[in-house]
Design a protein around this ligand. Structure first.
Ligand code: S6P
Ligand code: ZN
Length: 188
């Protein structure tokens, strides 16, 4: 029985760069992966006709996606905008919607945007040391509103899964635009 148990292990997280040693996988999303998500569609197509910039990378700690385990990863969002809207992650609900998550900012500056299916919205300004709790049933999207990479470390239950579909179809009710040089959170 004892030899069937997973052995404890550790990884190294580079707090400056956001990389994790020996990750299970590194996920990279470029502009084309976020089709239909930015507010300014015309500007999105104009940029994409010229280039397909890297928006963010995710380094995952190698752990099974199963009940009982805790998954964790770093996300590095690069600085940039589509029109006036800052680069962001796709955003999702968990497939098992009652699964929570914790995001802790390591570097840079950003926002964590959240909403529920019943129409509540929330946003948290993320700077190094801010550790945000995303309760069960809240969607989550992050964005970089600074000039350096925005890096955070997330921890969530192994069986949570991802549901990207409803945000793709219905849009995210909070958006952050640069206005007069500062980020402004707007309910759309
Ligand atoms: C997973 C967790 C993060 C995100 C990552 C990228 O539950 O919330 O690891 O997956 O920040 O965001 P997204 O919305 O593209 O998966
Ligand atoms: Zn999540």
């Amino acid at each position: 029985m004892a030899n069937e148990l997973m052995k404890p292990f550790a990884v190294n997280i580079d707090f400056q760069r956001g990389t994790i040693s020996a990750p299970a996988r590194v996920l990279r999303r470029t502009l084309k992966d976020l089709e239909g998500l930015f507010y300014d569609e015309e500007e999105y197509r104009r940029i994409l006709a010229k280039e397909d910039p890297l928006l963010y990378e995710v380094y995952e700690v190698p752990v099974p996606n199963e009940e009982g385990h805790l998954l964790s990863c770093t996300t590095i969002i690069y600085p940039g905008k589509v029109g006036k809207e800052y680069y962001f992650t796709k955003g999702h609900f968990h497939e098992k919607e009652d699964r929570a998550e914790i995001y802790t900012c390591l570097q840079g500056e950003g926002y964590l945007l959240m909403h529920t299916r019943s129409g509540d919205v929330a946003s948290i300004h993320m700077t190094p040391g801010v550790s945000a709790y995303i309760p069960p049933y809240w969607s989550h999207r992050t964005l970089n509103c600074g000039s350096e990479p925005f890096i955070f470390y997330g921890v969530w239950p192994g069986d949570a899964g991802h549901d990207y579909g409803s945000i793709k179809e219905e849009g995210f009710p909070l958006r952050v635009f640069e206005e007069n040089g500062v980020p402004v959170v707007k309910k759309i």
